[in-house]
Each structure stands twice: as C-alpha cells, then as structure tokens.
Design a protein around this ligand. Sequence first.
Ligand code: NDP
Ligand code: 2IT
Length: 450
Amino acid sequence: MHLSQTPAIESIYATILRRNPGEAEFHQAVREVLGSLGPVLAKRPEFAQAKIIERICEPERQLIFRVPWTDDSGEVHINRGFRMEFNSALGPYKGGLRFHPSVSLGIVKFLGFEQVFKNALTGMPIGGGKGGSDFDPKGRSDAEVMRFCQSFMTELYRHLGEYTDVPAGDIGVGGREIGYLFGQYKRITNRYESGVLTGKGLGWGGAQARTEATGYGTVLFTAEMLRHRGEDLEGRRVSVSGSGNVAIYAIEKAQQLGATVITCSDSTGYVLDEKGIDLDLLKQVKETERGRVSHYAERRGAHAAFVEGASVWAVPTDVALPCATQNELSETDAVALVRNGVKAVAEGANMPTTPEAFRVLEQAGIPFGPGKAANAGGVATSALEMQQNASRDSWTFAHTEERLVEIMKHIHDTCSETAERYGSPGNYVAGANIAGFELVAEAMVAQGLI
Ligand code: NDP
Ligand code: 2IT
C-alpha cells in the first residue's frame, strides 16, 4: 500500500517499521501522518534536508521502569511504567498517563506521537509526551490505587518538572489518581510545584473546565465542522461511545447545544436511550459509584436498553463521536454509519477510527474531525492550567470556557485553511497533520540539530 507518491517517505516508513518491531499502533499513527506529508516536502525542501521526518518519529527519550506495589491482602504486584518524552521543540513534554492492562510500549509511543502534533495545533507552548502503566485500576480499592500511584511517582518524579515534563490524566487516570501522584511528587521533592501535573482538584491548583474540556472541545469542533456546511447540532441524534471523562462531557455539551444523545458504552456493551441520556444518572453511576453502563440501563428503566457485546455504531445516528479507545470504529461500523445517513464524525478518543473505516467515511464525503484536532481541547485547557499555576491565578469557569471555544475554533480554522492551501479542501486529517507538522518542524529547524 502506498503512503503517498513519495519514495523518500516510503523509505523512511520502512526504516521506522524495522526499528520499532511489533508496535502496530505506533506504525498506524506514523503511517497516517506520513501519508499527508508528501506535498509538504515538495514545497519545503529544507525539512527533507534537515531530516525532520526521521527525527520527529524518534522520541527524544523513552523511559520504562518497574512499579512494585502491594495489594490490600499484602500480595506483591509488579507492573511496568512508561513515559515517552517525544518532542520538546515547542515546550515541556505534555500529555496524559494511561492506566490500563493493554498499555505497552507501542501504545504509549503512538499516543506520544499523536500528542506532538495535537499540542502544536493548540497554539500553546507545549511539547508532546505520554505515559502510563499496564496496571488495571478496575476493582482496586482507593488504598491500592494510592499505593500504586505512590510507587509509580517514586520513579517518575526524577524525570518531571514544570519546565521539563508535565503529565495529566487519560484512560484510568482521573482526579483521584492525579491527587495521589501530586502528593507523592510534593513529598519527594519538598516543592509545591503546582504546574508539574494538570487535572488537579479545584481546591489545590486545578483549572475550572479542565474536567469538561476534552468532551466539550470535541463537540465544539463538531459544531464548527457542521457550521461550515450551514448546519448545526440542534435537534440532531448524536451517538457517543465510552462513558468515561471524555464521553460524559461530550454528552453534556451536545445536550447543551440542543442535540439528543442516544448512546454511551463501555467495554461490555452499549446503552441505547432513545429519549436521550439522563446525564445526572450517568454521572452518578460512573463518576460517583464507578459502576458500569449496564447499571445505568437498569436504573433508567423502560427508557433505555443495554446491548451486550455489540457495536454502538450499528445504531442509526446523525453524528458519531467515538470517545472510548483506539481502533473502536471499524470498516464495518463506518459502512453502517454511512448507510444510516451519518452527517459528521469526530474523534474524542485518540485514533478510535481504523484507517479502513476512515477511507469509507472519506469516500462518502462525511466531515471527519481527527483526534489530534477534535480532542485537543483537553490538553489546551491543561496548558491554561499551567498558565494559571505559573501566575498563581485562577480563572472563572466562564472565562476558561470562553478560551476553550476560541481555541477549538482556531484549531478548526487552522486545519481547514491548511488543507485548502495544500490542495485537499475539507480534509481535516490532512490539515491537522500538515499544520501540526509544520509548526514543530519550523521550531526544530530553528533550534539546530536537536
Ligand atoms: P476514561 O478512563 O475516563 O474512560 C474510558 C472509557 O473508554 C470507558 O468507558 C472504558 O470502558 C472505555 N474503554 C477503555 N478501553 C477500552 C477498550 N479497550 N475497549 C472498549 N472500551 C474501552 O478515559 P477518558 O475518557 O479520559 O479517555 C477516553 C479516550 O479519550 C482515550 O482514547 C483517551 O486517550 C482520549 N483522550 C482523553 C483526554 C482526557 O483529557 N482525558 C484528552 C484527549 C483524548 P471500560 O470502563 O469498560 O474500560
Ligand atoms: O490525549 C490527551 O490529549 C490527554 N490525555 C490529555 C493530555 C493533557 O496533558 O492534558
């Protein structure tokens, strides 16, 4: 399969495959970006001369470490910790931590790679990084999660700093985990360095609207895509996958904009709620009780049905927002969405759409917001949290949300104008990849051989 018509890029990609064996998700993420870069190299030979693509695909630093901890019965467990410090041309490494049994080197590398371009698109001074562990927090007590976080930070702290590397949450890492991680960092370093982590509690350095920002931003991006076609979300049926941080606040913003959100899901199946998701109940089940979406359906009664083990994308909908995890929207799903008349798709999760599914949507002319643009509101608001921490200030929810709205519009317009400038009008994937790449590449060229 040809990446683009550029043999030079084919050869770079072949080398990346050889040097990163078995890292399927990383290969997929690299292939998608490199597939957009042929026209950039043609226009800007200085990037090829400086071997920017080869350098940008190689993380600046890769950390892998042992995380020993004891469970409540005293049994010893050993997990693996990762931090991918991918690129610092635009600012300190910035990106979340994921705690999930599937976390591996290839997953963290793909997430770190995506983060580099996403963070550039925000226009904020943040480089790209990502980390995590194959630790599974599901079913663990608060005390177990705390001991794990303390052990994880006992190794990671030496690599962090508000000017060096600033983690945040991702799958399996929310406010509780950030609290335990921050406490241990402060204890080891004897510094109240607020800006070393984002997603903190509102009473101790966290930013208003950070919890909401990824989901809100995804819907704001979707609304912008629709607006450019003379449409909006009012009265639309929206399908969301996942039921975690991103999904919950995507549902909230879509409802605020007049849509009816009919689905949510977790790894066991999906809920179909034709009257529209009852968000208070979903928050109670997921955020307070850490329960499953099947519990939501049981409590919602006749309005909602829980469908076990099936794909949420089989449900007819106007707008699809995948907000769970990578490769959750397959080619078959995309065919079903198109057949059922979907009008827009935007990725709240990172790389939830397979390349084959994207091709189906592209051929059908469906506006498609790639994760590195559509879900960038989370990390952008993390950068706003860092800004508030640096100035020892704290902004109101309304002010922070206003900034988020401006940022998402800026990202949308940057992608749209860049796609147009490089001959792919309406192609947000090309626009996001090229605009993110140009910003990082220009900084790398200016900073010498780094
Ligand atoms: P949460 O842990 O809060 O929620 C994750 C949700 O996705 C859960 O409903 C979970 O179901 C589901 N899920 C996770 N793994 C799988 C899997 N292998 N198969 C099926 N379902 C799965 O995470 P977030 O909401 O924070 O993250 C969701 C996505 O958004 C991720 O791709 C993340 O990288 C991305 N993202 C997150 C940002 C943030 O600020 N948090 C910012 C930008 C992107 P279950 O409980 O059954 O596992
Ligand atoms: O994928 C992402 O952008 C995140 N998990 C959020 C990163 C951050 O630093 O806020």
